[in-house]
Design a protein around this ligand. Structure first.
Ligand code: BYC
Length: 478
Protein backbone atom coordinates (compact mmCIF):
# COMPACT_ATOMS: atom_id res chain seq x y z
CA UNK A 1 0.00 0.00 0.00
CA UNK A 2 1.19 3.54 -0.62
CA UNK A 3 2.49 5.61 2.27
CA UNK A 4 -0.70 7.69 2.35
CA UNK A 5 -3.31 4.98 1.94
CA UNK A 6 -2.75 2.43 4.66
CA UNK A 7 -4.76 1.08 7.52
CA UNK A 8 -2.57 2.85 10.07
CA UNK A 9 -3.34 6.27 8.60
CA UNK A 10 -6.91 5.42 7.61
CA UNK A 11 -8.56 3.51 10.44
CA UNK A 12 -11.17 1.22 8.91
CA UNK A 13 -13.15 -1.96 9.22
CA UNK A 14 -13.63 -2.45 5.48
CA UNK A 15 -10.45 -4.46 4.95
CA UNK A 16 -8.72 -1.65 3.12
CA UNK A 17 -5.40 -3.52 3.41
CA UNK A 18 -6.51 -6.15 0.89
CA UNK A 19 -8.86 -4.07 -1.27
CA UNK A 20 -6.63 -2.96 -4.15
CA UNK A 21 -9.45 -1.27 -6.05
CA UNK A 22 -10.41 0.91 -3.10
CA UNK A 23 -6.76 1.69 -2.36
CA UNK A 24 -6.24 2.94 -5.90
CA UNK A 25 -9.39 5.04 -5.87
CA UNK A 26 -8.52 6.58 -2.51
CA UNK A 27 -4.95 7.21 -3.61
CA UNK A 28 -6.29 9.43 -6.37
CA UNK A 29 -8.92 11.14 -4.21
CA UNK A 30 -7.22 11.62 -0.82
CA UNK A 31 -4.67 14.29 -1.97
CA UNK A 32 -7.57 16.29 -3.46
CA UNK A 33 -9.43 15.97 -0.19
CA UNK A 34 -6.42 17.35 1.72
CA UNK A 35 -6.09 20.22 -0.77
CA UNK A 36 -9.79 20.94 -0.31
CA UNK A 37 -9.45 20.77 3.50
CA UNK A 38 -6.53 23.21 3.47
CA UNK A 39 -8.37 25.60 1.17
CA UNK A 40 -11.91 25.31 2.58
CA UNK A 41 -11.45 23.90 6.10
CA UNK A 42 -11.08 26.05 9.25
CA UNK A 43 -9.02 29.11 8.33
CA UNK A 44 -6.06 30.07 10.48
CA UNK A 45 -5.87 26.97 12.70
CA UNK A 46 -4.37 24.25 10.55
CA UNK A 47 -1.09 24.20 12.48
CA UNK A 48 -2.70 24.09 15.93
CA UNK A 49 -2.83 21.04 18.15
CA UNK A 50 -6.52 20.33 18.82
CA UNK A 51 -7.91 17.90 21.42
CA UNK A 52 -10.01 15.76 19.10
CA UNK A 53 -11.94 12.55 19.11
CA UNK A 54 -11.10 10.10 16.32
CA UNK A 55 -13.26 7.11 15.41
CA UNK A 56 -11.06 4.01 15.55
CA UNK A 57 -13.55 1.13 15.67
CA UNK A 58 -17.27 0.43 15.88
CA UNK A 59 -17.23 -1.08 19.40
CA UNK A 60 -19.96 0.69 21.32
CA UNK A 61 -17.83 1.06 24.44
CA UNK A 62 -14.56 2.14 22.87
CA UNK A 63 -15.08 3.45 19.39
CA UNK A 64 -13.18 6.71 19.80
CA UNK A 65 -9.75 7.92 20.90
CA UNK A 66 -9.08 11.44 22.23
CA UNK A 67 -5.78 13.17 21.68
CA UNK A 68 -4.10 16.31 20.41
CA UNK A 69 -3.81 16.35 16.64
CA UNK A 70 -3.22 18.89 13.89
CA UNK A 71 -6.35 18.90 11.76
CA UNK A 72 -4.69 18.11 8.41
CA UNK A 73 -3.18 15.02 10.14
CA UNK A 74 -6.57 13.84 11.43
CA UNK A 75 -7.09 10.17 10.68
CA UNK A 76 -10.31 10.21 8.67
CA UNK A 77 -11.45 6.60 8.74
CA UNK A 78 -14.01 4.34 7.07
CA UNK A 79 -16.41 2.45 9.29
CA UNK A 80 -19.53 0.40 8.76
CA UNK A 81 -21.67 -0.65 11.72
CA UNK A 82 -21.50 -4.40 12.33
CA UNK A 83 -23.54 -6.40 9.85
CA UNK A 84 -26.88 -7.82 10.91
CA UNK A 85 -26.68 -11.49 9.85
CA UNK A 86 -29.16 -12.42 7.14
CA UNK A 87 -30.60 -8.90 7.08
CA UNK A 88 -33.87 -8.43 5.19
CA UNK A 89 -35.37 -5.37 3.54
CA UNK A 90 -37.65 -3.86 6.17
CA UNK A 91 -40.21 -1.93 4.11
CA UNK A 92 -41.77 -1.31 0.71
CA UNK A 93 -42.65 -3.67 -2.14
CA UNK A 94 -39.65 -5.92 -1.43
CA UNK A 95 -40.40 -6.24 2.28
CA UNK A 96 -38.85 -9.43 3.70
CA UNK A 97 -36.48 -10.09 0.79
CA UNK A 98 -32.70 -10.25 1.33
CA UNK A 99 -30.97 -6.87 1.68
CA UNK A 100 -28.61 -6.10 -1.22
CA UNK A 101 -24.85 -6.35 -0.78
CA UNK A 102 -24.31 -4.86 -4.24
CA UNK A 103 -26.26 -2.16 -6.05
CA UNK A 104 -29.23 -3.50 -8.05
CA UNK A 105 -28.80 -2.24 -11.64
CA UNK A 106 -32.24 -0.64 -11.83
CA UNK A 107 -31.62 1.35 -8.63
CA UNK A 108 -28.11 2.49 -9.46
CA UNK A 109 -28.97 6.06 -10.48
CA UNK A 110 -31.37 6.64 -7.62
CA UNK A 111 -28.95 5.32 -5.00
CA UNK A 112 -26.06 7.26 -6.44
CA UNK A 113 -28.11 10.44 -6.36
CA UNK A 114 -29.09 9.97 -2.72
CA UNK A 115 -25.52 9.17 -1.68
CA UNK A 116 -24.21 12.20 -3.59
CA UNK A 117 -26.87 14.44 -2.00
CA UNK A 118 -25.98 13.17 1.47
CA UNK A 119 -22.24 13.41 0.74
CA UNK A 120 -22.55 16.96 -0.60
CA UNK A 121 -23.89 18.33 2.67
CA UNK A 122 -20.83 17.22 4.64
CA UNK A 123 -18.09 19.33 3.02
CA UNK A 124 -20.66 22.09 2.52
CA UNK A 125 -21.08 22.47 6.28
CA UNK A 126 -17.30 22.65 6.78
CA UNK A 127 -17.17 25.43 4.18
CA UNK A 128 -20.01 27.30 5.89
CA UNK A 129 -18.20 27.18 9.24
CA UNK A 130 -14.65 27.86 8.09
CA UNK A 131 -14.28 31.37 9.52
CA UNK A 132 -15.93 30.81 12.90
CA UNK A 133 -12.65 30.09 14.69
CA UNK A 134 -11.66 33.72 14.23
CA UNK A 135 -14.45 34.84 16.57
CA UNK A 136 -14.64 31.88 19.00
CA UNK A 137 -16.20 32.56 22.44
CA UNK A 138 -13.78 30.15 24.18
CA UNK A 139 -11.23 27.42 23.52
CA UNK A 140 -13.88 24.88 24.52
CA UNK A 141 -16.17 26.11 21.71
CA UNK A 142 -13.28 26.38 19.27
CA UNK A 143 -12.48 22.74 19.84
CA UNK A 144 -16.14 21.79 19.38
CA UNK A 145 -16.49 23.47 16.00
CA UNK A 146 -13.31 21.71 14.85
CA UNK A 147 -14.60 18.39 16.18
CA UNK A 148 -17.79 18.87 14.20
CA UNK A 149 -15.76 19.85 11.11
CA UNK A 150 -13.41 16.85 11.12
CA UNK A 151 -16.34 14.50 11.65
CA UNK A 152 -18.27 16.05 8.76
CA UNK A 153 -15.07 15.37 6.84
CA UNK A 154 -15.27 11.74 7.91
CA UNK A 155 -18.91 11.59 6.84
CA UNK A 156 -17.78 12.77 3.43
CA UNK A 157 -15.27 9.89 3.41
CA UNK A 158 -18.09 7.52 4.31
CA UNK A 159 -20.08 8.53 1.22
CA UNK A 160 -16.96 8.55 -0.95
CA UNK A 161 -16.22 5.00 0.19
CA UNK A 162 -19.66 3.93 -1.07
CA UNK A 163 -19.26 5.79 -4.37
CA UNK A 164 -15.80 4.37 -5.02
CA UNK A 165 -16.56 0.83 -3.95
CA UNK A 166 -19.97 0.33 -5.51
CA UNK A 167 -20.46 2.78 -8.39
CA UNK A 168 -17.39 2.31 -10.61
CA UNK A 169 -16.25 5.16 -12.75
CA UNK A 170 -19.30 7.40 -12.28
CA UNK A 171 -18.87 6.95 -8.53
CA UNK A 172 -15.25 8.11 -8.75
CA UNK A 173 -16.33 11.14 -10.78
CA UNK A 174 -19.03 12.00 -8.27
CA UNK A 175 -16.45 11.71 -5.47
CA UNK A 176 -14.37 14.36 -7.22
CA UNK A 177 -17.47 16.51 -7.72
CA UNK A 178 -18.03 16.53 -3.97
CA UNK A 179 -14.76 18.43 -3.63
CA UNK A 180 -15.51 20.82 -6.48
CA UNK A 181 -18.85 22.38 -5.54
CA UNK A 182 -18.68 25.24 -3.04
CA UNK A 183 -21.19 26.43 -0.47
CA UNK A 184 -22.83 29.69 -1.57
CA UNK A 185 -20.99 29.85 -4.90
CA UNK A 186 -23.41 31.00 -7.62
CA UNK A 187 -21.64 28.99 -10.37
CA UNK A 188 -21.11 25.71 -8.52
CA UNK A 189 -23.37 25.72 -5.45
CA UNK A 190 -23.91 22.86 -3.04
CA UNK A 191 -26.99 20.77 -3.89
CA UNK A 192 -29.41 21.60 -1.05
CA UNK A 193 -30.58 25.09 -0.09
CA UNK A 194 -29.58 25.32 3.60
CA UNK A 195 -26.02 24.37 2.73
CA UNK A 196 -25.58 27.50 0.66
CA UNK A 197 -26.68 29.85 3.46
CA UNK A 198 -23.93 31.76 5.22
CA UNK A 199 -23.21 30.57 8.75
CA UNK A 200 -21.28 33.68 9.64
CA UNK A 201 -21.59 33.95 13.40
CA UNK A 202 -21.81 31.67 16.41
CA UNK A 203 -25.53 32.17 16.95
CA UNK A 204 -26.05 30.82 13.44
CA UNK A 205 -23.61 28.00 14.15
CA UNK A 206 -25.53 26.84 17.22
CA UNK A 207 -28.84 27.13 15.35
CA UNK A 208 -27.32 25.21 12.44
CA UNK A 209 -26.07 22.40 14.67
CA UNK A 210 -29.40 22.31 16.51
CA UNK A 211 -31.70 22.45 13.47
CA UNK A 212 -29.74 21.49 10.36
CA UNK A 213 -27.70 18.69 11.91
CA UNK A 214 -30.99 17.35 13.21
CA UNK A 215 -32.19 17.02 9.61
CA UNK A 216 -28.97 15.02 9.22
CA UNK A 217 -30.09 12.77 12.06
CA UNK A 218 -33.47 12.06 10.44
CA UNK A 219 -32.11 11.58 6.92
CA UNK A 220 -29.45 9.22 8.26
CA UNK A 221 -32.07 7.30 10.24
CA UNK A 222 -34.12 6.91 7.05
CA UNK A 223 -31.06 5.81 5.05
CA UNK A 224 -30.04 3.44 7.88
CA UNK A 225 -33.17 1.45 6.91
CA UNK A 226 -32.07 1.15 3.28
CA UNK A 227 -32.19 -2.20 1.54
CA UNK A 228 -28.70 -1.37 0.21
CA UNK A 229 -26.86 -2.84 3.18
CA UNK A 230 -23.52 -0.97 2.89
CA UNK A 231 -25.45 2.34 2.94
CA UNK A 232 -27.50 1.21 5.95
CA UNK A 233 -24.38 0.17 7.86
CA UNK A 234 -22.40 3.31 7.01
CA UNK A 235 -25.17 5.66 8.06
CA UNK A 236 -25.82 3.72 11.25
CA UNK A 237 -22.28 4.43 12.37
CA UNK A 238 -22.45 8.08 11.26
CA UNK A 239 -25.35 8.57 13.66
CA UNK A 240 -22.99 7.88 16.57
CA UNK A 241 -21.00 10.99 15.70
CA UNK A 242 -24.03 13.07 14.70
CA UNK A 243 -25.31 12.97 18.29
CA UNK A 244 -22.40 15.12 19.44
CA UNK A 245 -23.09 17.71 16.74
CA UNK A 246 -26.64 18.17 17.99
CA UNK A 247 -25.32 18.32 21.56
CA UNK A 248 -23.11 21.23 20.48
CA UNK A 249 -26.17 23.02 19.10
CA UNK A 250 -28.50 22.30 22.01
CA UNK A 251 -25.97 23.09 24.73
CA UNK A 252 -24.74 26.17 22.83
CA UNK A 253 -28.24 27.63 22.61
CA UNK A 254 -28.93 26.70 26.24
CA UNK A 255 -25.77 28.53 27.33
CA UNK A 256 -26.76 31.61 25.33
CA UNK A 257 -30.17 31.62 27.02
CA UNK A 258 -28.62 31.16 30.47
CA UNK A 259 -26.32 34.10 29.86
CA UNK A 260 -29.13 36.25 28.46
CA UNK A 261 -31.19 35.57 31.57
CA UNK A 262 -28.24 36.58 33.79
CA UNK A 263 -27.75 39.80 31.79
CA UNK A 264 -31.47 40.61 31.91
CA UNK A 265 -31.43 40.25 35.67
CA UNK A 266 -28.46 42.57 35.91
CA UNK A 267 -30.16 45.31 33.91
CA UNK A 268 -32.83 47.58 35.46
CA UNK A 269 -35.07 47.21 32.39
CA UNK A 270 -34.20 43.55 31.71
CA UNK A 271 -32.36 44.67 28.57
CA UNK A 272 -29.83 41.97 27.66
CA UNK A 273 -28.59 44.01 24.69
CA UNK A 274 -27.67 46.93 26.89
CA UNK A 275 -25.41 44.47 28.73
CA UNK A 276 -23.76 43.22 25.53
CA UNK A 277 -25.85 40.07 25.21
CA UNK A 278 -28.18 38.44 22.70
CA UNK A 279 -31.79 39.36 23.46
CA UNK A 280 -34.44 36.65 23.29
CA UNK A 281 -36.28 38.36 20.43
CA UNK A 282 -33.10 38.13 18.36
CA UNK A 283 -32.67 34.47 19.22
CA UNK A 284 -36.27 33.89 18.11
CA UNK A 285 -35.54 35.44 14.70
CA UNK A 286 -32.55 33.14 14.21
CA UNK A 287 -34.67 30.15 15.23
CA UNK A 288 -37.29 31.20 12.67
CA UNK A 289 -34.65 31.35 9.95
CA UNK A 290 -32.69 28.14 10.63
CA UNK A 291 -35.77 26.05 11.42
CA UNK A 292 -37.48 27.06 8.17
CA UNK A 293 -34.46 26.49 5.92
CA UNK A 294 -33.92 23.12 7.62
CA UNK A 295 -37.57 22.12 6.99
CA UNK A 296 -36.87 22.61 3.28
CA UNK A 297 -34.26 19.85 3.44
CA UNK A 298 -36.95 17.19 3.80
CA UNK A 299 -38.13 17.68 0.19
CA UNK A 300 -41.66 18.17 -1.10
CA UNK A 301 -44.69 17.38 1.08
CA UNK A 302 -46.17 15.39 -1.78
CA UNK A 303 -43.36 13.59 -3.54
CA UNK A 304 -43.39 10.81 -6.11
CA UNK A 305 -39.63 10.53 -5.56
CA UNK A 306 -40.20 9.77 -1.89
CA UNK A 307 -42.90 7.21 -2.82
CA UNK A 308 -40.58 5.40 -5.18
CA UNK A 309 -37.67 5.42 -2.72
CA UNK A 310 -39.98 3.76 -0.22
CA UNK A 311 -41.56 1.31 -2.67
CA UNK A 312 -38.21 0.14 -4.03
CA UNK A 313 -36.57 -0.33 -0.60
CA UNK A 314 -34.02 2.46 -1.06
CA UNK A 315 -35.02 4.83 1.78
CA UNK A 316 -37.38 4.00 4.65
CA UNK A 317 -38.82 5.82 7.62
CA UNK A 318 -36.80 6.63 10.72
CA UNK A 319 -36.90 3.58 13.03
CA UNK A 320 -39.07 1.56 10.66
CA UNK A 321 -39.47 -1.15 13.34
CA UNK A 322 -41.80 1.03 15.37
CA UNK A 323 -44.47 0.88 12.62
CA UNK A 324 -46.77 -2.08 12.14
CA UNK A 325 -47.44 -1.74 8.42
CA UNK A 326 -44.15 -1.77 6.51
CA UNK A 327 -45.60 -2.04 3.04
CA UNK A 328 -47.88 0.99 3.25
CA UNK A 329 -49.98 0.33 0.16
CA UNK A 330 -52.92 1.84 1.96
CA UNK A 331 -53.33 4.74 4.30
CA UNK A 332 -53.04 8.44 3.82
CA UNK A 333 -51.87 11.56 5.55
CA UNK A 334 -53.78 14.83 5.76
CA UNK A 335 -51.78 17.66 4.28
CA UNK A 336 -52.88 21.31 4.13
CA UNK A 337 -52.46 22.22 0.49
CA UNK A 338 -52.47 25.89 -0.48
CA UNK A 339 -55.23 27.06 -2.80
CA UNK A 340 -54.10 29.62 -5.32
CA UNK A 341 -56.34 31.60 -7.66
CA UNK A 342 -54.89 33.79 -10.38
CA UNK A 343 -51.47 33.54 -8.73
CA UNK A 344 -52.89 34.72 -5.39
CA UNK A 345 -52.87 32.54 -2.28
CA UNK A 346 -56.47 32.21 -1.12
CA UNK A 347 -56.28 29.67 1.68
CA UNK A 348 -55.59 26.04 2.55
CA UNK A 349 -57.46 22.84 1.75
CA UNK A 350 -56.89 19.63 3.71
CA UNK A 351 -56.06 16.79 1.30
CA UNK A 352 -55.66 13.06 1.91
CA UNK A 353 -52.34 12.18 0.35
CA UNK A 354 -51.43 8.49 -0.12
CA UNK A 355 -48.94 7.75 2.66
CA UNK A 356 -46.14 6.62 0.36
CA UNK A 357 -46.25 10.00 -1.37
CA UNK A 358 -46.17 11.73 2.01
CA UNK A 359 -43.00 10.03 3.30
CA UNK A 360 -41.04 13.30 3.32
CA UNK A 361 -43.79 14.78 5.48
CA UNK A 362 -43.77 11.77 7.82
CA UNK A 363 -40.07 12.36 8.45
CA UNK A 364 -40.52 16.14 8.70
CA UNK A 365 -43.26 15.64 11.31
CA UNK A 366 -40.94 13.56 13.52
CA UNK A 367 -38.24 16.17 13.08
CA UNK A 368 -40.59 18.96 14.18
CA UNK A 369 -41.54 17.07 17.32
CA UNK A 370 -37.91 16.36 18.12
CA UNK A 371 -36.96 20.02 17.54
CA UNK A 372 -39.75 21.14 19.87
CA UNK A 373 -38.13 19.32 22.82
CA UNK A 374 -35.34 21.88 23.07
CA UNK A 375 -37.82 24.76 22.91
CA UNK A 376 -39.82 23.20 25.77
CA UNK A 377 -36.67 22.89 27.83
CA UNK A 378 -35.66 26.51 27.20
CA UNK A 379 -39.14 27.74 28.03
CA UNK A 380 -39.06 25.83 31.31
CA UNK A 381 -35.80 27.60 32.08
CA UNK A 382 -37.33 31.01 31.30
CA UNK A 383 -40.36 30.16 33.39
CA UNK A 384 -38.22 29.09 36.35
CA UNK A 385 -36.33 32.37 36.19
CA UNK A 386 -39.55 34.37 36.11
CA UNK A 387 -39.13 35.65 32.57
CA UNK A 388 -42.33 35.97 30.55
CA UNK A 389 -40.82 35.62 27.04
CA UNK A 390 -41.47 32.25 25.35
CA UNK A 391 -39.56 30.81 22.40
CA UNK A 392 -41.49 28.94 19.72
CA UNK A 393 -41.06 27.15 16.42
CA UNK A 394 -42.74 28.86 13.50
CA UNK A 395 -45.33 26.98 11.46
CA UNK A 396 -44.04 24.48 8.93
CA UNK A 397 -45.44 26.79 6.23
CA UNK A 398 -43.44 29.84 7.29
CA UNK A 399 -40.61 31.04 4.97
CA UNK A 400 -40.37 27.93 2.85
CA UNK A 401 -38.32 27.74 -0.34
CA UNK A 402 -39.16 24.20 -1.42
CA UNK A 403 -42.30 22.08 -1.37
CA UNK A 404 -45.93 23.12 -1.71
CA UNK A 405 -45.58 26.30 0.38
CA UNK A 406 -42.58 27.64 -1.53
CA UNK A 407 -43.01 31.09 -3.01
CA UNK A 408 -46.19 31.71 -0.95
CA UNK A 409 -46.41 33.73 2.22
CA UNK A 410 -47.51 32.68 5.69
CA UNK A 411 -47.15 34.19 9.13
CA UNK A 412 -45.49 32.46 12.09
CA UNK A 413 -48.73 30.61 12.87
CA UNK A 414 -49.06 29.46 9.26
CA UNK A 415 -51.89 31.82 8.27
CA UNK A 416 -51.81 32.85 4.61
CA UNK A 417 -50.57 36.37 3.94
CA UNK A 418 -50.64 38.64 0.92
CA UNK A 419 -47.20 39.50 -0.44
CA UNK A 420 -47.52 43.07 0.79
CA UNK A 421 -48.32 41.87 4.34
CA UNK A 422 -45.29 39.61 4.25
CA UNK A 423 -43.04 42.40 3.03
CA UNK A 424 -44.29 44.64 5.83
CA UNK A 425 -43.70 42.02 8.54
CA UNK A 426 -40.71 39.95 7.51
CA UNK A 427 -38.18 42.22 9.25
CA UNK A 428 -39.87 41.41 12.54
CA UNK A 429 -39.64 37.67 11.93
CA UNK A 430 -36.31 37.04 10.24
CA UNK A 431 -32.82 38.39 10.95
CA UNK A 432 -32.12 41.60 9.02
CA UNK A 433 -28.62 42.70 7.92
CA UNK A 434 -28.68 45.02 10.97
CA UNK A 435 -29.46 42.08 13.25
CA UNK A 436 -26.61 40.06 11.76
CA UNK A 437 -24.33 43.06 12.20
CA UNK A 438 -25.35 43.38 15.84
CA UNK A 439 -24.74 39.69 16.59
CA UNK A 440 -21.41 39.82 14.79
CA UNK A 441 -20.46 42.97 16.70
CA UNK A 442 -20.57 40.92 19.93
CA UNK A 443 -18.11 38.47 18.42
CA UNK A 444 -15.34 40.70 17.16
CA UNK A 445 -12.41 39.06 18.91
CA UNK A 446 -11.59 35.40 19.50
CA UNK A 447 -11.04 34.27 23.08
CA UNK A 448 -7.96 32.09 23.36
CA UNK A 449 -7.43 32.33 27.12
CA UNK A 450 -8.71 29.01 28.54
CA UNK A 451 -9.98 30.79 31.66
CA UNK A 452 -12.23 33.19 29.73
CA UNK A 453 -15.66 33.01 28.12
CA UNK A 454 -17.25 35.62 25.83
CA UNK A 455 -19.76 37.91 27.52
CA UNK A 456 -22.75 36.69 25.46
CA UNK A 457 -22.60 33.01 26.44
CA UNK A 458 -22.46 31.10 29.75
CA UNK A 459 -19.72 28.57 30.48
CA UNK A 460 -20.69 24.94 29.89
CA UNK A 461 -21.48 22.80 32.92
CA UNK A 462 -18.58 20.46 32.19
CA UNK A 463 -15.67 19.99 29.84
CA UNK A 464 -14.85 17.26 27.34
CA UNK A 465 -13.86 13.71 28.26
CA UNK A 466 -13.52 14.47 31.97
CA UNK A 467 -11.33 17.54 31.45
CA UNK A 468 -12.16 20.84 33.13
CA UNK A 469 -13.93 23.60 31.20
CA UNK A 470 -10.75 25.70 31.27
CA UNK A 471 -8.60 22.93 29.80
CA UNK A 472 -6.43 24.01 26.87
CA UNK A 473 -8.56 22.29 24.22
CA UNK A 474 -6.70 24.02 21.39
CA UNK A 475 -3.03 24.91 21.60
CA UNK A 476 -3.16 28.02 19.50
CA UNK A 477 -0.03 29.97 18.62
CA UNK A 478 -1.32 33.53 18.44
N1 BYC B 1 -32.82 22.36 -1.87
O1 BYC B 1 -39.55 15.04 -4.48
P1 BYC B 1 -38.78 16.17 -3.92
C1 BYC B 1 -26.82 16.33 6.88
C2 BYC B 1 -34.95 18.88 -5.02
S1 BYC B 1 -28.32 16.90 6.33
C3 BYC B 1 -32.65 22.19 -3.20
O2 BYC B 1 -39.45 17.22 -3.18
P2 BYC B 1 -36.99 14.35 -2.82
C4 BYC B 1 -25.93 17.30 7.51
C5 BYC B 1 -34.88 17.37 -5.16
O3 BYC B 1 -33.52 16.94 -5.21
C6 BYC B 1 -29.06 15.49 5.52
N2 BYC B 1 -33.27 21.22 -3.91
O4 BYC B 1 -37.64 15.73 -2.97
C7 BYC B 1 -26.43 18.30 8.33
C8 BYC B 1 -35.65 17.14 -6.42
O5 BYC B 1 -34.80 17.41 -7.55
P3 BYC B 1 -35.11 16.80 -9.02
C9 BYC B 1 -28.70 15.37 4.08
C10 BYC B 1 -34.11 20.39 -3.26
O6 BYC B 1 -36.44 13.79 -4.07
C11 BYC B 1 -25.57 19.24 8.87
C12 BYC B 1 -36.72 18.23 -6.40
O7 BYC B 1 -36.23 19.24 -5.52
N3 BYC B 1 -29.15 14.12 3.56
O8 BYC B 1 -26.52 15.19 6.76
O9 BYC B 1 -37.92 13.57 -1.98
C13 BYC B 1 -24.22 19.18 8.60
C14 BYC B 1 -38.07 17.77 -5.94
O10 BYC B 1 -37.86 16.75 -5.06
C15 BYC B 1 -34.34 20.51 -1.87
C16 BYC B 1 -30.13 13.98 2.65
O11 BYC B 1 -30.72 14.92 2.18
C17 BYC B 1 -33.66 21.55 -1.18
N4 BYC B 1 -33.80 21.74 0.14
O12 BYC B 1 -35.70 14.88 -2.04
C18 BYC B 1 -23.73 18.18 7.77
C19 BYC B 1 -30.48 12.57 2.28
N5 BYC B 1 -35.22 19.55 -1.51
O13 BYC B 1 -35.29 15.33 -8.85
C20 BYC B 1 -24.57 17.25 7.24
C21 BYC B 1 -30.48 12.32 0.82
C22 BYC B 1 -35.53 18.87 -2.61
O14 BYC B 1 -36.37 17.48 -9.46
N6 BYC B 1 -31.48 13.09 0.11
N7 BYC B 1 -34.86 19.34 -3.66
O15 BYC B 1 -33.87 17.20 -9.78
C23 BYC B 1 -32.79 12.76 0.04
O16 BYC B 1 -33.22 11.81 0.66
C24 BYC B 1 -33.68 13.57 -0.83
O17 BYC B 1 -32.93 13.98 -1.91
C25 BYC B 1 -34.30 14.80 -0.11
C26 BYC B 1 -35.64 15.14 -0.71
C27 BYC B 1 -34.56 14.55 1.35
C28 BYC B 1 -33.36 15.99 -0.23
Amino acid sequence: MSSVINSEKIPNNVDLASDKKLQRALEAWQPHFIDWWKEMGPEGFQEDQVFLRTAVSVDSDGWAQYDYVKMPDYRWGIFLADPIPDRKIGFGDLYGQDAWQVVPGELRNVLRRLIVTQGDTEPASVEQQRLLGKTCPSLYDLRNVFQVNVEEGRHLWAMVYLLQSYFGRDGREEAEGLLERRSGNADKPRILGAFNEPCANWLSFFCFTYFTDRDGKYQLLALAESGFDPLARTTRFMLTEEAHHMFVGESGLTRIIERTIALMKKNPSEDARAEGGIDLAMLQKYINFWFSVSLDLFGGEISSNAASYFASGVKGRAKEEKYTDHVVKEGSMKIDVPTVEGGVLTGLRSEDVPLRNAMNEVLREEYIQDSQRGLDKWNRLLDKEGIAFRLSLPSRRFHRASGIYAGLHFDLEGRPLAKSEWEAKKREWLPTPDDDAYVSSLMQKPIFDPKQMANWIAAPARGIKGNPVDFEYVRHEA
